[in-house]
Design a binder for this molecule. Structure first.
Ligand SMILES: NC(=O)C1=CN([C@@H]2O[C@H](COP(=O)(O)OP(=O)(O)OC[C@H]3O[C@@H](n4cnc5c(N)ncnc54)[C@H](OP(=O)(O)O)[C@@H]3O)[C@@H](O)[C@H]2O)C=CC1
Ligand SMILES: CC(C)(CO)C(=O)C(=O)O
Length: 306
Protein backbone atom coordinates (compact mmCIF):
# COMPACT_ATOMS: atom_id res chain seq x y z
CA UNK A 1 0.00 0.00 0.00
CA UNK A 2 1.24 3.52 -0.81
CA UNK A 3 1.20 6.55 1.49
CA UNK A 4 -2.22 7.44 0.12
CA UNK A 5 -5.06 6.50 2.43
CA UNK A 6 -6.48 3.15 1.37
CA UNK A 7 -9.73 2.38 -0.38
CA UNK A 8 -12.26 0.42 1.64
CA UNK A 9 -15.39 -1.07 0.12
CA UNK A 10 -18.26 -2.02 2.42
CA UNK A 11 -20.42 -4.90 1.22
CA UNK A 12 -23.76 -4.83 3.03
CA UNK A 13 -23.71 -1.30 4.36
CA UNK A 14 -26.50 -1.66 6.91
CA UNK A 15 -26.14 -0.54 10.52
CA UNK A 16 -22.67 -1.98 11.13
CA UNK A 17 -21.22 -1.46 7.65
CA UNK A 18 -22.32 2.16 7.38
CA UNK A 19 -21.07 2.91 10.91
CA UNK A 20 -17.57 1.53 10.41
CA UNK A 21 -17.56 3.06 6.92
CA UNK A 22 -18.21 6.43 8.59
CA UNK A 23 -15.23 5.86 10.88
CA UNK A 24 -12.91 5.06 7.96
CA UNK A 25 -14.21 8.11 6.12
CA UNK A 26 -13.28 10.22 9.16
CA UNK A 27 -9.82 8.69 8.96
CA UNK A 28 -9.51 10.02 5.41
CA UNK A 29 -10.00 6.79 3.47
CA UNK A 30 -11.83 6.48 0.20
CA UNK A 31 -14.90 4.53 1.22
CA UNK A 32 -17.32 2.89 -1.20
CA UNK A 33 -20.39 0.79 -0.53
CA UNK A 34 -22.42 -1.99 -2.08
CA UNK A 35 -26.04 -1.77 -0.97
CA UNK A 36 -29.20 -3.60 -1.93
CA UNK A 37 -32.67 -2.42 -0.89
CA UNK A 38 -31.55 1.05 0.23
CA UNK A 39 -29.76 2.06 -2.97
CA UNK A 40 -32.10 4.91 -3.92
CA UNK A 41 -32.09 6.48 -0.45
CA UNK A 42 -28.31 6.23 -0.08
CA UNK A 43 -27.78 7.57 -3.61
CA UNK A 44 -29.99 10.56 -2.76
CA UNK A 45 -28.61 11.53 0.63
CA UNK A 46 -25.84 9.14 1.70
CA UNK A 47 -25.92 7.62 5.18
CA UNK A 48 -27.51 9.90 7.77
CA UNK A 49 -26.57 9.28 11.39
CA UNK A 50 -27.71 10.20 14.80
CA UNK A 51 -24.72 9.40 16.99
CA UNK A 52 -23.09 10.40 20.26
CA UNK A 53 -19.92 10.86 18.16
CA UNK A 54 -21.49 13.92 16.52
CA UNK A 55 -22.19 14.29 12.82
CA UNK A 56 -20.74 11.22 11.19
CA UNK A 57 -23.12 11.24 8.21
CA UNK A 58 -21.30 10.44 4.97
CA UNK A 59 -21.67 9.75 1.27
CA UNK A 60 -19.86 6.81 -0.31
CA UNK A 61 -17.20 7.78 -2.85
CA UNK A 62 -18.64 5.10 -5.13
CA UNK A 63 -22.03 3.56 -4.58
CA UNK A 64 -22.76 0.18 -6.11
CA UNK A 65 -25.81 -2.04 -6.37
CA UNK A 66 -25.70 -5.73 -5.68
CA UNK A 67 -24.59 -7.22 -9.03
CA UNK A 68 -22.47 -4.24 -10.17
CA UNK A 69 -18.84 -4.86 -11.05
CA UNK A 70 -15.91 -2.60 -10.09
CA UNK A 71 -13.34 -0.84 -12.28
CA UNK A 72 -10.62 -1.56 -9.73
CA UNK A 73 -10.35 -3.60 -6.56
CA UNK A 74 -10.06 -1.99 -3.11
CA UNK A 75 -7.44 -2.46 -0.39
CA UNK A 76 -10.08 -3.63 2.07
CA UNK A 77 -13.32 -5.41 1.33
CA UNK A 78 -15.43 -5.19 4.47
CA UNK A 79 -18.25 -7.69 4.65
CA UNK A 80 -20.97 -6.58 7.07
CA UNK A 81 -24.05 -8.48 5.96
CA UNK A 82 -25.97 -10.71 8.34
CA UNK A 83 -24.62 -14.29 8.35
CA UNK A 84 -27.62 -16.21 7.05
CA UNK A 85 -28.01 -19.73 5.68
CA UNK A 86 -28.04 -19.80 1.90
CA UNK A 87 -26.26 -16.46 1.54
CA UNK A 88 -23.21 -17.07 -0.63
CA UNK A 89 -20.80 -14.78 1.18
CA UNK A 90 -17.80 -15.87 -0.91
CA UNK A 91 -19.79 -15.16 -4.07
CA UNK A 92 -20.77 -11.75 -2.74
CA UNK A 93 -17.17 -10.81 -2.11
CA UNK A 94 -15.55 -12.43 -5.16
CA UNK A 95 -16.05 -9.68 -7.78
CA UNK A 96 -14.44 -7.09 -5.51
CA UNK A 97 -11.35 -9.03 -4.42
CA UNK A 98 -8.04 -8.55 -6.20
CA UNK A 99 -4.52 -9.67 -5.47
CA UNK A 100 -3.62 -8.33 -2.03
CA UNK A 101 -7.15 -7.25 -1.10
CA UNK A 102 -7.73 -7.73 2.63
CA UNK A 103 -11.04 -9.41 3.37
CA UNK A 104 -12.47 -8.00 6.59
CA UNK A 105 -15.46 -9.55 8.34
CA UNK A 106 -17.45 -7.49 10.84
CA UNK A 107 -20.09 -10.05 11.68
CA UNK A 108 -21.30 -11.97 14.70
CA UNK A 109 -21.05 -15.70 15.24
CA UNK A 110 -18.66 -18.59 15.53
CA UNK A 111 -16.79 -20.40 12.77
CA UNK A 112 -17.99 -17.93 10.18
CA UNK A 113 -14.60 -17.21 8.59
CA UNK A 114 -13.81 -20.62 7.15
CA UNK A 115 -16.01 -20.21 4.05
CA UNK A 116 -14.09 -17.06 3.09
CA UNK A 117 -10.67 -18.44 4.03
CA UNK A 118 -11.29 -21.52 1.86
CA UNK A 119 -12.50 -19.45 -1.09
CA UNK A 120 -9.63 -16.92 -0.90
CA UNK A 121 -6.56 -18.79 0.40
CA UNK A 122 -4.16 -16.09 -0.84
CA UNK A 123 -5.91 -13.06 0.68
CA UNK A 124 -5.53 -12.00 4.31
CA UNK A 125 -8.71 -12.55 6.32
CA UNK A 126 -9.19 -10.07 9.15
CA UNK A 127 -11.92 -11.09 11.56
CA UNK A 128 -13.63 -8.43 13.71
CA UNK A 129 -16.15 -8.43 16.52
CA UNK A 130 -18.23 -5.32 17.08
CA UNK A 131 -19.28 -4.14 20.54
CA UNK A 132 -21.79 -1.52 19.60
CA UNK A 133 -25.48 -0.71 19.66
CA UNK A 134 -26.47 0.60 16.25
CA UNK A 135 -29.54 0.07 14.08
CA UNK A 136 -31.21 1.15 10.87
CA UNK A 137 -34.26 3.30 11.49
CA UNK A 138 -35.23 4.14 7.88
CA UNK A 139 -33.58 3.63 4.48
CA UNK A 140 -30.13 5.20 4.72
CA UNK A 141 -30.81 6.43 8.27
CA UNK A 142 -28.98 4.94 11.21
CA UNK A 143 -29.16 5.42 14.95
CA UNK A 144 -25.92 4.81 16.77
CA UNK A 145 -26.95 4.43 20.38
CA UNK A 146 -23.65 3.70 22.11
CA UNK A 147 -20.21 2.10 22.07
CA UNK A 148 -18.23 1.03 18.99
CA UNK A 149 -15.18 -0.95 20.07
CA UNK A 150 -13.84 -3.56 17.65
CA UNK A 151 -11.82 -6.63 18.54
CA UNK A 152 -9.73 -7.58 15.55
CA UNK A 153 -7.23 -10.25 14.52
CA UNK A 154 -5.98 -12.26 11.61
CA UNK A 155 -7.95 -15.46 10.96
CA UNK A 156 -7.29 -18.19 12.04
CA UNK A 157 -4.79 -16.64 14.43
CA UNK A 158 -2.02 -14.09 14.73
CA UNK A 159 -1.54 -10.45 13.97
CA UNK A 160 0.23 -8.80 11.10
CA UNK A 161 0.85 -5.47 9.38
CA UNK A 162 -2.54 -5.68 7.62
CA UNK A 163 -4.39 -5.82 10.95
CA UNK A 164 -2.19 -3.11 12.44
CA UNK A 165 -2.75 -0.78 9.47
CA UNK A 166 -6.53 -1.22 9.61
CA UNK A 167 -6.55 -0.81 13.38
CA UNK A 168 -4.59 2.45 13.04
CA UNK A 169 -7.21 3.77 10.61
CA UNK A 170 -10.10 2.93 12.92
CA UNK A 171 -8.30 4.55 15.85
CA UNK A 172 -7.66 7.63 13.73
CA UNK A 173 -11.38 7.68 12.94
CA UNK A 174 -12.16 7.75 16.65
CA UNK A 175 -12.92 4.26 17.89
CA UNK A 176 -11.28 1.93 20.31
CA UNK A 177 -9.65 -1.23 18.96
CA UNK A 178 -8.37 -4.32 20.69
CA UNK A 179 -5.95 -6.29 18.55
CA UNK A 180 -5.84 -9.98 19.33
CA UNK A 181 -3.67 -12.89 18.28
CA UNK A 182 -6.53 -15.26 19.10
CA UNK A 183 -9.60 -14.08 17.31
CA UNK A 184 -11.33 -17.47 17.57
CA UNK A 185 -11.03 -17.30 21.38
CA UNK A 186 -12.54 -13.80 21.20
CA UNK A 187 -15.44 -15.18 19.15
CA UNK A 188 -16.06 -17.80 21.85
CA UNK A 189 -15.91 -15.08 24.51
CA UNK A 190 -18.49 -13.01 22.65
CA UNK A 191 -20.68 -16.10 22.17
CA UNK A 192 -20.90 -16.39 25.95
CA UNK A 193 -23.15 -13.31 25.69
CA UNK A 194 -24.72 -13.62 22.23
CA UNK A 195 -25.51 -17.35 22.22
CA UNK A 196 -27.87 -17.15 25.21
CA UNK A 197 -29.21 -13.60 24.89
CA UNK A 198 -29.81 -13.28 21.15
CA UNK A 199 -31.92 -16.43 20.56
CA UNK A 200 -33.68 -16.09 23.94
CA UNK A 201 -34.81 -12.60 23.00
CA UNK A 202 -36.56 -14.09 19.96
CA UNK A 203 -38.25 -16.84 21.98
CA UNK A 204 -39.29 -14.08 24.37
CA UNK A 205 -40.96 -12.13 21.58
CA UNK A 206 -38.26 -9.51 21.05
CA UNK A 207 -37.51 -8.98 24.74
CA UNK A 208 -34.85 -6.58 26.00
CA UNK A 209 -32.02 -7.56 28.36
CA UNK A 210 -33.77 -6.52 31.60
CA UNK A 211 -36.91 -8.45 30.71
CA UNK A 212 -34.82 -11.58 30.09
CA UNK A 213 -32.84 -11.23 33.33
CA UNK A 214 -35.69 -10.10 35.58
CA UNK A 215 -38.36 -12.60 34.56
CA UNK A 216 -38.41 -15.27 37.31
CA UNK A 217 -35.95 -17.98 36.30
CA UNK A 218 -34.53 -15.79 33.52
CA UNK A 219 -31.12 -14.97 34.95
CA UNK A 220 -30.67 -18.59 36.07
CA UNK A 221 -31.43 -19.83 32.56
CA UNK A 222 -29.05 -17.31 30.97
CA UNK A 223 -26.29 -18.34 33.38
CA UNK A 224 -26.83 -22.03 32.62
CA UNK A 225 -26.72 -21.38 28.89
CA UNK A 226 -23.52 -19.35 29.33
CA UNK A 227 -22.01 -22.32 31.15
CA UNK A 228 -22.90 -24.59 28.22
CA UNK A 229 -21.09 -22.24 25.83
CA UNK A 230 -18.06 -22.30 28.15
CA UNK A 231 -18.16 -26.13 28.21
CA UNK A 232 -18.26 -26.30 24.41
CA UNK A 233 -15.42 -23.76 24.14
CA UNK A 234 -13.27 -25.76 26.55
CA UNK A 235 -13.77 -28.97 24.57
CA UNK A 236 -12.78 -27.03 21.45
CA UNK A 237 -9.49 -25.97 23.04
CA UNK A 238 -10.48 -22.58 24.44
CA UNK A 239 -10.62 -22.56 28.23
CA UNK A 240 -12.53 -19.40 29.18
CA UNK A 241 -12.34 -17.90 32.67
CA UNK A 242 -15.33 -19.04 34.81
CA UNK A 243 -15.83 -15.52 36.23
CA UNK A 244 -16.88 -14.45 32.74
CA UNK A 245 -20.48 -15.40 33.61
CA UNK A 246 -20.63 -12.96 36.52
CA UNK A 247 -18.89 -10.24 34.56
CA UNK A 248 -21.30 -10.63 31.61
CA UNK A 249 -24.37 -10.53 33.85
CA UNK A 250 -23.03 -7.56 35.85
CA UNK A 251 -22.06 -5.72 32.66
CA UNK A 252 -25.50 -6.30 31.15
CA UNK A 253 -27.23 -5.03 34.28
CA UNK A 254 -25.10 -1.86 34.17
CA UNK A 255 -26.19 -1.09 30.60
CA UNK A 256 -29.64 0.38 29.89
CA UNK A 257 -32.25 -2.20 28.82
CA UNK A 258 -31.17 -3.25 25.36
CA UNK A 259 -32.61 -5.10 22.36
CA UNK A 260 -29.84 -7.04 20.62
CA UNK A 261 -29.46 -7.29 16.83
CA UNK A 262 -31.37 -10.61 16.65
CA UNK A 263 -34.29 -9.20 18.64
CA UNK A 264 -34.42 -6.29 16.18
CA UNK A 265 -34.36 -8.67 13.20
CA UNK A 266 -37.19 -10.67 14.72
CA UNK A 267 -39.25 -7.56 15.46
CA UNK A 268 -38.68 -6.27 11.92
CA UNK A 269 -39.62 -9.63 10.39
CA UNK A 270 -36.12 -10.20 9.00
CA UNK A 271 -34.31 -13.58 9.04
CA UNK A 272 -32.23 -14.26 12.15
CA UNK A 273 -28.61 -15.41 12.38
CA UNK A 274 -29.56 -18.61 14.16
CA UNK A 275 -26.81 -20.86 12.80
CA UNK A 276 -23.97 -18.38 13.09
CA UNK A 277 -24.75 -17.54 16.71
CA UNK A 278 -26.33 -20.73 18.09
CA UNK A 279 -26.25 -23.60 15.56
CA UNK A 280 -22.48 -23.50 15.09
CA UNK A 281 -21.91 -23.57 18.87
CA UNK A 282 -24.21 -26.60 19.18
CA UNK A 283 -22.49 -28.30 16.22
CA UNK A 284 -19.07 -27.91 17.86
CA UNK A 285 -20.45 -29.18 21.20
CA UNK A 286 -21.89 -32.24 19.43
CA UNK A 287 -18.60 -32.88 17.64
CA UNK A 288 -16.85 -33.07 21.01
CA UNK A 289 -19.67 -34.99 22.73
CA UNK A 290 -20.37 -32.13 25.14
CA UNK A 291 -23.99 -32.00 26.36
CA UNK A 292 -25.62 -28.61 25.83
CA UNK A 293 -29.30 -29.44 26.49
CA UNK A 294 -30.54 -25.89 26.92
CA UNK A 295 -28.83 -24.70 23.73
CA UNK A 296 -30.14 -27.79 21.86
CA UNK A 297 -33.69 -27.06 23.05
CA UNK A 298 -33.52 -23.44 22.02
CA UNK A 299 -32.09 -24.33 18.61
CA UNK A 300 -34.85 -26.88 17.90
CA UNK A 301 -37.56 -24.49 19.08
CA UNK A 302 -36.30 -21.65 16.91
CA UNK A 303 -35.91 -23.94 13.90
CA UNK A 304 -39.57 -24.89 14.31
CA UNK A 305 -40.48 -21.23 14.32
CA UNK A 306 -38.45 -20.62 11.15
N1 LIG B 1 -26.36 -3.84 14.87
C1 LIG B 1 -25.61 -4.07 15.92
O1 LIG B 1 -25.66 -3.34 16.92
C2 LIG B 1 -24.63 -5.21 15.93
C3 LIG B 1 -24.54 -6.10 14.85
N2 LIG B 1 -23.56 -7.06 14.86
C4 LIG B 1 -23.40 -7.97 13.73
O2 LIG B 1 -22.99 -7.25 12.58
C5 LIG B 1 -23.46 -7.90 11.38
C6 LIG B 1 -24.24 -6.89 10.56
O3 LIG B 1 -25.39 -6.52 11.33
P1 LIG B 1 -26.24 -5.21 11.06
O4 LIG B 1 -25.44 -4.16 10.40
O5 LIG B 1 -26.94 -4.90 12.32
O6 LIG B 1 -27.30 -5.74 10.00
P2 LIG B 1 -28.21 -4.89 8.99
O7 LIG B 1 -29.38 -5.74 8.66
O8 LIG B 1 -28.45 -3.52 9.51
O9 LIG B 1 -27.28 -4.74 7.70
C7 LIG B 1 -26.99 -5.77 6.82
C8 LIG B 1 -26.91 -5.16 5.47
O10 LIG B 1 -26.46 -6.13 4.52
C9 LIG B 1 -27.16 -5.86 3.32
N3 LIG B 1 -27.07 -6.98 2.39
C10 LIG B 1 -27.45 -8.26 2.57
N4 LIG B 1 -27.22 -8.96 1.46
C11 LIG B 1 -26.68 -8.10 0.55
C12 LIG B 1 -26.27 -8.24 -0.79
N5 LIG B 1 -26.35 -9.40 -1.43
N6 LIG B 1 -25.76 -7.16 -1.42
C13 LIG B 1 -25.68 -5.97 -0.79
N7 LIG B 1 -26.09 -5.78 0.48
C14 LIG B 1 -26.58 -6.84 1.14
C15 LIG B 1 -28.58 -5.59 3.78
O11 LIG B 1 -29.32 -5.01 2.77
P3 LIG B 1 -30.94 -5.19 2.67
O12 LIG B 1 -31.52 -4.03 3.39
O13 LIG B 1 -31.23 -5.18 1.23
O14 LIG B 1 -31.28 -6.50 3.34
C16 LIG B 1 -28.26 -4.64 4.95
O15 LIG B 1 -28.09 -3.32 4.49
C17 LIG B 1 -24.29 -9.09 11.86
O16 LIG B 1 -23.49 -10.25 11.86
C18 LIG B 1 -24.67 -8.70 13.30
O17 LIG B 1 -24.92 -9.81 14.14
C19 LIG B 1 -22.67 -7.16 15.88
C20 LIG B 1 -22.74 -6.33 16.97
C21 LIG B 1 -23.75 -5.34 17.10
C1 LIG C 1 -23.24 -7.63 22.01
C2 LIG C 1 -24.29 -6.99 21.15
C3 LIG C 1 -25.55 -6.88 21.94
C4 LIG C 1 -23.87 -5.57 20.82
O1 LIG C 1 -22.54 -5.35 20.79
C5 LIG C 1 -24.48 -7.76 19.89
O2 LIG C 1 -23.57 -8.40 19.45
C6 LIG C 1 -25.77 -7.84 19.18
O3 LIG C 1 -26.58 -6.92 19.26
O4 LIG C 1 -25.99 -8.85 18.50
Amino acid sequence: MSNLKPHALIIGAGAIGSFYGAILKRAGCTVSAVVRSEYDAVKAHGFRFESPLGDISWKPDHLYKDGDRPDSTPDYVILATKVLPGSDRAGLVRPWVGEGTNIVLIQNGLDIERELADAFPDNPIISCLAFIAVSRVAPGEIKHNAYGRLVMGRYPSGLDDHCQALSDLFVEGGIDIKLTEEVVRERWLKCVWNTPFNPLSVLANGADTYTMLDTPGGEKLVREMMQEVIDAAKADGYALPPEIIDSNIDGTRKMPAYKNSMALDYLNDRPIELDAILGNVVAIARKHGVPVPRLETMLAALRMRA
